[in-house]
Design a protein around this ligand. Structure first.
Ligand SMILES: CC(C)(COP(=O)(O)OP(=O)(O)OC[C@H]1O[C@@H](n2cnc3c(N)ncnc32)[C@H](O)[C@@H]1OP(=O)(O)O)[C@@H](O)C(=O)NCCC(=O)NCCS
Length: 133
């Protein structure tokens, strides 16, 4: 029987050939007029599909900005040639789920007990959005 062990390494450069060194992570800052009100983090899953995370800074929350960001975001993503988005959210994140329910994002799966959110083990919901061309 073969015994395998997996060990964390700092030889990332040498071993990079096993991963995709060109994998992108994109940050988009959200401005209202000239004021920075939040940020999108986009992590490359594949060349055309990115995982998106939104953070509206606390003083600008509850003003409807997350929802209003969607149109300008989609325009920006088309320029970046991103075709599909994935958004993962704790089942208990009611605010984000409310935002998503007003958008064309669709629930496409979940991971049982997939996230610790507000110190609580909860299911991780996975939403998808097809951006098109
Ligand atoms: C989730 C988040 C992006 C929502 O942004 P937002 O601009 O504040 O959202 P909106 O103002 O559009 O609010 C959406 C709905 O939730 C309600 N809401 C917003 N913040 C709330 C809060 N703290 N508590 C209760 N309800 C809240 C709003 O009243 C609104 O509902 P309504 O239109 O029926 O009144 C923002 O709260 C945030 O950045 N949170 C921290 C990071 C995070 O959780 N990101 C999501 C994971 S991807």
């Amino acid at each position: 029987m073969i015994s395998l062990s997996i060990i964390q390494t700092d030889r990332s450069k040498e071993l990079q050939m096993a991963t995709d060194p060109k994998q992108r992570s994109v940050w988009l800052e959200i401005f209202k007029d000239e004021i920075s009100i939040g940020v999108f983090q986009l992590q490359e899953i594949t060349k055309i599909t990115f995982n998106i995370h939104i953070h509206i800074f606390e003083e600008y929350q509850k003003k409807g900005f997350a929802f209003k960001c969607l149109d300008p975001l989609l325009t920006r993503l088309k320029h970046l040639k991103i075709k599909k988005l994935m958004c993962t959210v704790s089942k208990n994140n009611r605010v984000m789920r409310r935002v998503l329910s007003r958008t064309p994002f669709k629930l496409c799966g979940s991971i049982k007990d997939g996230i610790i959110w507000n110190d609580e083990l909860t299911d991780l919901l996975i939403f998808e959005l097809n951006i098109g061309n």
